[in-house]
Write a new protein. Sequence first.
Length: 364
Amino acid sequence: MTEKIKVALVGLGNCFSGLIQGIEYYSKNPSQKVTGIIHENLRDYTIHDIDFVAGFDVGANKVGKPINDAIYESPNMVNWIDKNDMPKANGNVYESPALDGVGIWVENKVKPIESGKSESELREEIIKILEETGTEIIVSYLPVGSEKATQFWAQICLDTNTAFVNCMPAFIASDKEWAQKFTDKNIPIIGDDIKGQVGATIVHRTLARLCDERGTKIEKTYQINVGGNTDFLNMKEQERLVSKRISKTESVQSQLSERLDDDDIYVGPSDFIPFLGNTKLMFMRIEGKQWANIPYNMEVRLEVDDKANSAGIVIDAIRLAKIALDRGMGGPIIPASAYLMKHPIEQMTDPVAKNKIEAFVKDE
């Protein structure tokens, strides 16, 4: 029997709520084929071989509760499985230092805990919890703009020899200095900034590459995203969006044979519309020239559930990080980062990245 992968979660918002409820959905419906992942089995690891042993958050209404209770607390809004139908969780939620993790637009909704503990006190507590729970992998889904908080957790991973999956656009795995630290300690890291399964950026970069490979000249393009959850509310604070815009823009630019000028490409979150809830809308346009400089354009409207769109990707990232741990690998896991993340240390096309992941899993 395969041993469970012991995982700690940082930032128990809607994304982790959807991930955990999704696993329970498949537990309750074993005849359903699991969709949204690379393979049901990755080196014998399935979606049911993950044990969430600890969670870390700043919300006063989440800290101190079992994970499966905390994921239903406000401002979370994922409710695919009734709370009363969720099994009791072994893992509990513990306090995380807020640092820069709570933006001005969401602080009234999140209501951070006021324990009075210093960053160093929390660091000691966290290290002890990770050791006691046997945590192997930390997955971070901190809010956009949490640069200091992400660095705090990256350092925790280095100090505890714990693998790191960074789902957010704070550059760790793609930063040469941080990447080298993980390489030197022989600790796997996958990041940065998770791609949705069929998300706005993956659709945009795929269509942009198609136009490029078919020989047209792309002259201008934009991608506008709106949503109604706290992720989009947080991103109303423009100062928190710097790395997010870089990540999404580079993900598209990397697919083009000729880079567009900065004024000819716009990719990024645009506004918060409360009644959309977890629904994310993307509007994309590409303008270009064909034979004899005849113009063409295309427009796409995409509607997805923002949390279902990323859950399967995180499941794959966890299992690939575990495979890397099993093999004694350290540093950025390049195939996994290139396929699953928007801003890896090495960009490549999605078909190439998928082939490299398959070879990685087979240990070829």
